[in-house]
Design a protein around this ligand. Structure first.
Ligand SMILES: Cc1cc2nc3c(=O)[nH]c(=O)nc-3n(C[C@H](O)[C@H](O)[C@H](O)COP(=O)(O)OP(=O)(O)OC[C@H]3O[C@@H](n4cnc5c(N)ncnc54)[C@H](O)[C@@H]3O)c2cc1C
Length: 434
């Protein structure tokens, strides 16, 4: 390494992108005492988002969709901190830990990786932030699960038919794969658990998907999306396309068509917004507020500052469009970035990020799914089997894999867990919130 000075690499965000950067850097610099690597995340666990819908539907335990970050590392130093701001001129990141002990830390860096992901965007829809349920992290999933069970407990006691319908109608705003996944899991959960609620009749329960676009699962090919749509409708779900949500209250949702649906449950899977820390940075950004980086994942005009994952706009040289914000891309970006940071430190040539999307999979409930892998399309049970196998293989940590596999095996023989832990959502509405 040229020069003798220690190099400090600081990674902000322990999601798919940040974690994979740290894991790759740990391998690269395992024996190098002159390189310090620090990973900062607001929780001491990594969230495996593709399994959050299964937490909502009680197919798996909430703890099994997250992995303790500290267990991954020997060399990398992990700090559970909330990033508050970045001082790019002085190369310092201001962080905070807990309201009780008020720990404020200023972390210095030579190489900075920004991988803070995104936040939920409510698109300024009145009432959406206060009354709908986002699904971004494991707490959201636990809150939603608890709420759904609560609605069944209410319906079981209620005698007024209008109120019962309100408790038993579940609306998902957003028909991308996240919205479809959660709607399908919810539908499964409802049908497997309804037998415990003797007063609830099958035709009283309704799951509705509403989306602005002309089809659901716009991330997938048209044929698979329409297969999925047909299947969900056959299972009794209502799907409203070319329709937007205009208002959410505690007990109803309004669509731009004028339709009003009485419901206590609106699940918000209708878009993301830039992370507030990213928003405050003076970088060039795209229309969606993502940081523009070059093919080496570097932020132009800011040497040794890099951005990847959902918070970055990374150009695809083949199409000219940015790579999509998915976990599979975030992981590959992390690996390439680690290589390029090594290149910057030891003075070798950097490599551009290039990746061909391997495929997309979306579960549709009742042991069916749709999958598009390397140009091949699958649907039904086989696609569902592929979904489970691939996602289980990609879940980090052998113990987590075993726990999830056991949850799935138990789900084949036993009813879903309907224990309601009464976890509620707290909303602190900020004036500038999206
Ligand atoms: C419900 C759901 C299902 C999904 N399913 C799929 C799927 O099946 N396949 C797929 O490819 N993609 C899926 N995605 C998308 C995928 O999760 C994202 O593309 C991926 O997580 C992006 O990785 P990232 O590292 O950029 O962001 P994230 O994984 O969101 O990581 C960001 C990290 O930064 C941390 N952080 C945020 N703010 C701060 C702060 N101020 N201080 C410290 N730390 C902070 C967060 O806690 C988080 O750990 C899904 C997303 C969701 C929400």
């Amino acid at each position: 390494m040229p020069g003798n000075s220690r190099k400090r690499i600081l990674i902000l965000g322990g999601g798919f992108a940040g974690l994979d950067t740290a894991l790759s850097l740990e391998r690269i610099f395992s024996k190098d005492k002159n390189v310090d690597i620090t990973l900062v995340n607001q929780n001491n666990y990594f969230v495996y988002t593709p399994m959050l819908a299964e937490v909502v539907g009680s197919s798996i335990d909430a703890k099994h969709a997250v992995c303790p970050i500290r267990e991954f590392f020997n060399k990398v130093s992990f700090k559970e901190l909330d990033v508050k701001s970045i001082d790019l001129r002085n190369r310092v990141v201001n962080c905070f830990h807990c309201n009780i002990c008020n720990i404020n830390l200023n972390l210095q860096y030579d190489y900075l990786v920004i991988a803070l992901g995104s936040i939920t965007s409510f698109h300024n829809t009145p009432g959406a932030e206060e009354y709908s349920f986002p699904l971004k992290n494991v707490n959201d999933a636990k809150v939603l699960r608890s709420h759904v069970i609560d609605m069944f407990e209410h319906a079981e006691l209620e005698t007024d038919p209008d109120k019962r319908r309100r408790f038993l109608t579940f609306v998902v705003a957003g028909g991308g794969y996240t919205g479809v996944e959660v709607a399908a899991e919810l539908n499964d959960f409802i049908h497997k658990s309804r037998k415990f609620y003797r007063n609830v009749l099958p035709d009283e329960v309704k799951v509705i998907i509403v989306d602005h676009g002309s089809r659901i699962m716009h991330e997938m090919s048209e044929s698979l999306a329409s297969y999925g749509e047909r299947l969900l409708r056959q299972r009794g779900m209502e799907i409203y396309l070319k329709t937007g949500v205009t208002n959410v209250t505690q007990d109803r949702v309004e669509f731009d068509s004028g339709k009003i649906v009485p419901t206590m449950t609106v699940i918000w899977a209708a878009g993301t917004a830039p992370h507030p820390v990213v928003e405050s940075l003076p970088f060039a950004k795209d229309k969606g507020g993502r940081i523009q980086v070059n093919e080496y994942l570097e932020v132009s005009d800011w040497p040794n500052v890099w951005a990847i994952g959902d918070c970055a706009h990374i150009p695809n040289p083949e199409t000219g469009n940015p790579y999509p914000p998915t976990a599979q891309h975030a992981v590959r970006e992390g690996r390439r970035l680690a290589y390029n940071i090594e290149a910057a430190i030891i003075g070798k040539e950097k490599k551009p990020f290039q990746y061909m999307t391997e495929g997309m999979l979306a579960p549709l409930g009742h042991r069916s799914a749709v999958a598009e892998i390397k140009g091949f399309k699958f649907s039904g049970f086989f696609a569902w089997f592929l979904w489970r196998t691939i996602y289980l293989a990609k879940l980090p940590g052998l113990d987590r894999k075993l726990r999830v596999a056991l949850d799935w095996a138990l789900d084949l023989f036993f009813p879903r867990d309907i224990v309601q832990l009464k976890i509620v959502r707290r909303v602190t509405k900020t004036p500038d919130s999206h």
